[in-house]
Ligand binder design. Structure first.
Ligand code: 4AZ
Length: 404
């Protein structure tokens, strides 16, 4: 198994040969002979319900029943990527959903191994892209904190939800980088849901797409899921979904990604891809964390804002240049620690050295050209430093000599 699928796993309850199972499922289903029938209340999905022949060498239907997507189809979708991998494609190991500019919802099992939560530095997030780079790994952005649901234990599938706080907010862009809403009610049996991701296109095949794929499935009744998964399934914490023929499903690598519903006025995140017995296996719908149940945990966690760190060194700003009308003064920021991501500047002047300094209108660049109205006045510069996660700090220079 490729390292990039490090978070992928099969339900411990089942240890069938998954590849064989997938091929079996294919030959058994043909188009729609579901032995374990989906509930009659389940709406017929509008997506492909019979396998579409492709040029692939694999036997089972593609993305386990999906088609290629663009980011417009699911602008809340992100890829979780290992920063040390040689490319985005090699490093992609899970999906996630943007729920606020600085917050990603994913599955806990994507960010926990055994009893330890992954270090934030071992995960980066790629937003706004459906196609992973196969040659570079520079676009993904850093994660500053990982919050795993307190009841999650890696030995079980329950409470499979985690939040990633990004080091800096994403710039939201309509159609490519958008937050998805949280549901205000539990998903309704029969509702149509959109699943997306870069997961395996057939159970156990290792056939990972470079471009995101999408498919539509329907929410199944809890009784069907409990019948399939027994005690591993919780009707209150999980929702399961598939198509009637069980030919469409999420798979390894899709974990953590969205199961989204179009309510007409907005999209909501009904589920987080969590687990299943193989993929697209007859009688075994995919299981999703029921986001509605965790809505309060998600909003409360996002509301807690950890105290920002202070810069450890705030140097005194200085001014250089000839103090004469027509000459240019330059602000020197000094050596801040850690290095800020950006600075802003504000030039001030006063009639007397120790008097009241007021802002010179429009003087907000690193350099300032002295005007005739500055003659005989004293000048200072204020430098403000910004770094995500750090308190914004201002350093003011000493006064210049009187301008000549
Ligand atoms: C996984 O291992 C996985 N068919 C995700 C979803 C499903 C199965 C496995 C559902 O990431």
């Amino acid at each position: 198994m490729k390292n990039r699928r490090r978070a992928a796993r099969w339900s411990a309850l089942f240890s069938v040969g998954v590849t064989t199972a997938a091929v079996l499922a294919w030959s058994m289903t043909g188009p729609a002979t579901a032995a374990t029938a989906a509930p009659s209340t389940t709406a017929a999905p509008t997506a492909t319900t019979s396998p579409t022949p492709t040029t692939d060498s694999i036997v089972t239907p593609n993305i386990v029943g999906g088609t290629e997507a663009t980011i417009v189809d699911a602008p809340w979708q992100v890829a979780l990527i290992t920063p040390t991998a040689s490319s985005e494609f090699q490093g992609q190991f899970c999906g996630g959903s943007i729920v606020a500019a600085q917050w990603i919802v994913t599955a806990a099992h994507c960010v926990v191994s055994g009893s330890s939560v992954s270090a934030a530095s071992t995960i980066k997030v790629l937003a706004g892209q459906a196609t992973l780079s196969t040659t570079s790994n520079t676009r993904p952005v850093a994660v500053s904190n990982i919050y795993v649901h307190p009841n999650y234990v890696s030995s079980a599938d329950h409470d499979d939800v985690a939040l990633l706080k990004l080091s800096a907010p994403l710039t939201l862009v309509s159609g490519s980088v958008q937050a998805i809403g949280l549901p205000t009610a539990a998903p309704v049996t029969g509702a149509t849901e959109l699943i997306t991701g870069w997961g395996d296109r057939a159970s156990g095949a290792g056939n990972y797409p470079v471009t995101m794929r999408k498919a539509q499935i329907a929410v199944f009744a809890d009784s069907v899921c409990a019948g399939a998964y027994g005690g591993s399934y919780s009707s209150t914490k999980m929702v399961c979904a598939a198509n009637n023929a069980y030919t469409i499903d999420t798979c390894q690598g899709d974990s953590g990604g969205p199961m989204a519903k179009n309510t007409g006025s907005a999209w909501v995140l009904d589920g987080i891809t969590s687990f299943g017995q193989g993929c697209a296996q007859l009688g075994y719908p995919g299981v999703y964390t029921e986001v509605y149940t965790y809505r309060t945990w998600i909003t409360d966690t996002m509301a807690q804002t950890p105290a920002p760190s202070a810069f450890s060194t705030v140097p005194l700003a200085t001014v250089s240049g000839t103090k004469k009308v027509g000459k240019t003064l330059t602000a020197n920021e000094g050596a801040w620690s850690p290095t800020p991501t950006s600075y802003t500047y504000r030039w001030l002047s006063s009639a007397t050295r120790n008097g009241t300094y007021s802002a010179i209108s429009g003087a907000t660049l690193k350099t300032y050209v002295l005007k005739s109205s500055d003659r005989t006045r004293f000048i200072k510069v204020q430098v403000t430093a910004i770094k995500p996660g750090y308190t914004q700090t201002t350093s003011t220079s000493a006064a210049t000599v009187a301008i000549g």
